[in-house]
Design a protein around this ligand. Structure first.
Ligand SMILES: Nc1ccn([C@@H]2O[C@H](COP(=O)(O)OP(=O)(O)OP(=O)(O)O)[C@@H](O)[C@H]2O)c(=O)n1
Ligand SMILES: Nc1nc2c(ncn2[C@@H]2O[C@H](COP(=O)(O)OP(=O)(O)O)[C@@H](O)[C@H]2O)c(=O)[nH]1
Ligand SMILES: [Mg+2]
Length: 206
């Protein structure tokens, strides 16, 4: 059983040796193509990919009391508490300190989440903005719903997730644009064309 101080040291350790690591925030609306591009980035660059949504779904599937609470928020397309999702990311980063880079997928979702991450772990190297029209997101998610089995891939929740994205997450893009840290990819294109744009962006930072 790891005691609290070890966990804190481990998490503190995350902060200590993050300097040399690339940390990429992957931001985009629901169904924009974040997960698809992250898989290709992992394959080519060997980064460690954390989908905040997947981490939360794993907590839900664990059957823990906290998981039950999270399930209801996610089914509504609402944002879960920052402390919850940030701890999941920190714990997973602490377990992968050997990695040369991290893809933080679907986080931050609010400006404060970004500030809290950068104060407690490290500044992001850049933000990869996976941009696509809202109607395209809806179309893709309804298609994905046929196989994803995700309770939040239904029209009503998709619309709510879109609303949450516009209200809470688009301001994150503006916040990092002000620091010239945003690099946009047009995700209306076929997957491989999007990835070719992604590679050109990564060349700037690797
Ligand atoms: N930092 C995060 C990440 C996820 N969520 C919750 O988890 C759900 C699913 O997140 P994710 O898997 O990232 O899905 P979306 O980005 O909404 O859609 P997609 O997977 O299609 O990108 C979100 O709707 C939200 O309720 C959250 O509250 N905070
Ligand atoms: N045409 C097209 N479809 C894509 C692209 N990227 C993802 N998709 C599809 O859109 C759906 C959502 O993709 P996903 O990677 O899960 O997006 P996320 O919700 O942002 O993580 C999936 O069913 C993908 O097959 C793309 O660049 N072009
Ligand atoms: Mg995803």
């Amino acid at each position: 059983m790891i005691n609290k101080s070890e966990v804190q040291t481990e998490q503190h350790g995350v902060k200590n040796n993050m300097d040399s690591k690339k940390i990429v925030f992957v931001i985009g609306g629901p169904g924009s193509g974040k997960g698809t591009q992250c898989e290709k980035i992992v394959e080519k660059y060997g980064f460690t990919h954390f989908s905040s949504g997947d981490l939360l779904r794993a907590e839900v599937n664990s059957g823990s009391p906290q998981g039950e609470e999270l399930k209801q928020m996610m089914e509504r397309g609402d944002l879960v508490p920052m402390s919850t999702v940030l701890k999941l990311i920190k714990d997973n980063m602490a377990a992968h300190t050997e990695s040369k880079g991290f893809l933080v997928d679907g986080y931050p979702r609010e400006v404060q989440q970004g500030i809290e991450f950068e104060q407690s772990i490290a500044p992001c190297t850049f933000v990869l903005w996976v941009d696509v029209a809202q109607e395209t997101m809806v179309k893709r998610l309804l298609k994905r719903a046929e196989t994803s089995g995700r309770v939040d891939d239904n029209e009503e929740t998709i619309r709510k997730r879109l609303k949450t994205f516009v209200e809470s997450t688009e301001p994150v893009i503006d916040y990092y644009k002000a620091q010239n840290k945003v690099r946009r990819v047009d995700s209306e294109q076929p997957v491989d064309d999007v990835f070719s744009d992604v590679q050109n962006i990564f060349k700037e930072f690797l």
